[in-house]
Design a protein around this ligand. Structure first.
Ligand code: NAP
Length: 246
């Protein structure tokens, strides 16, 4: 489905990003596995892809840093000559109730989850405009759609990602570039592993499909949105959440 496409997946060393990178490579894409601190894990992802016959490269970049994101993407464009798919997946949580949330906790989450997506879109869109085509997929969250107590910073960042998605989709759609968001529900990764058991149980009860999602559930949606099969879909929020937000 993605033969010969060049795909950049941010935060692909672990969790959802890791699986998106592996699934896109399996469909024929050459994948740039971005990471911030987990170099060894990113190299493991590259190894898994290449051993299966695919092509990938791990590249470090803190996407919340505007200049670093610019240098990272300029380097990829100069070496690969194009970027067909950008998946803005890098994300963090710093959960706290609003009354206890510090300015640092708020800023860190906005800087990575929202500004990181802006930084990468900003430095990829000119190339996609030149190519007259491309796919941008932003990983939002069910929390950005519904809100969640204890996650004002995270929900604000993920709701912001939805606004960013729809605005950019309107701005660059005429050049054949689609921009969509995926809003995962509760997916089994290191991010959700830290939640207390009682919180996980309460969350599980809110899910009509009665299970947490897998990284594969999200990756398959990303592959579809990146493929030619999704050519007429833009500005949408695809909830991959077992029916939580409907
Ligand atoms: P995860 O297991 O904690 O992995 C996060 C990834 O983001 C890691 O690869 C990490 O790289 C990378 N990252 C963090 N800050 C970065 C930065 N400044 N620059 C570049 N990379 C950075 O998280 P996950 O559960 O897979 O979540 C992935 C995305 O899905 C996030 O945007 C998250 O908000 C969203 N999401 C997750 C769930 C869920 O239930 N898990 C639900 C809805 C939405 P390093 O290890 O190198 O730091």
């Amino acid at each position: 489905m993605l033969n010969g496409k060049v795909a950049v997946v941010t935060g692909a060393s672990r969790g959802i990003g890791r699986q998106i990178a592996i699934s896109m490579a399996k469909e024929g894409a050459v994948v740039i596995v971005n990471y911030n601190g987990s170099a060894a894990k990113a190299e493991d992802v590259v190894k898994e892809i290449t051993e299966a016959g695919g092509q990938a490269e791990a590249v470090q970049c803190n996407v919340s840093d505007y200049s670093a994101a610019e240098a990272f993407l300029k380097d990829i464009i100069s070496r690969y000559k194009r970027i067909d798919i950008l998946v803005n997946n890098a994300g963090i949580t710093r959960d706290n109730l609003l009354m206890k949330m510090s300015e640092e906790e708020f800023d860190a989450v906005i800087d990575t989850n929202l500004k990181g997506a802006f930084n990468c879109i900003k430095h990829v869109s000119r190339q996609m405009l030149k190519q007259k085509g491309g796919r941008i997929i932003n990983i939002s969250s069910v929390s950005g759609v519904m809100g969640n107590a204890g996650q004002a910073n995270y929900c604000a960042s993920k709701a912001g990602v939805i606004g960013l998605t729809k605005s950019v989709a309107r701005e660059i759609g005429s050049r054949g570039i689609t921009v969509n968001a995926i809003a995962p529900g509760f997916i089994d990764t290191e991010m959700t592993a830290v939640l207390p058991e009682d919180v996980k149980k309460a969350m599980g009860e809110q899910i009509p499909l009665k299970r947490f999602g897998t990284t594969e559930d999200v990756a398959q949606a990303a592959v579809f949105l990146a493929s030619d099969r999704a050519a007429y879909i833009t500005g949408q929020v695809l909830c991959v959440d077992g029916g939580m937000a409907m």
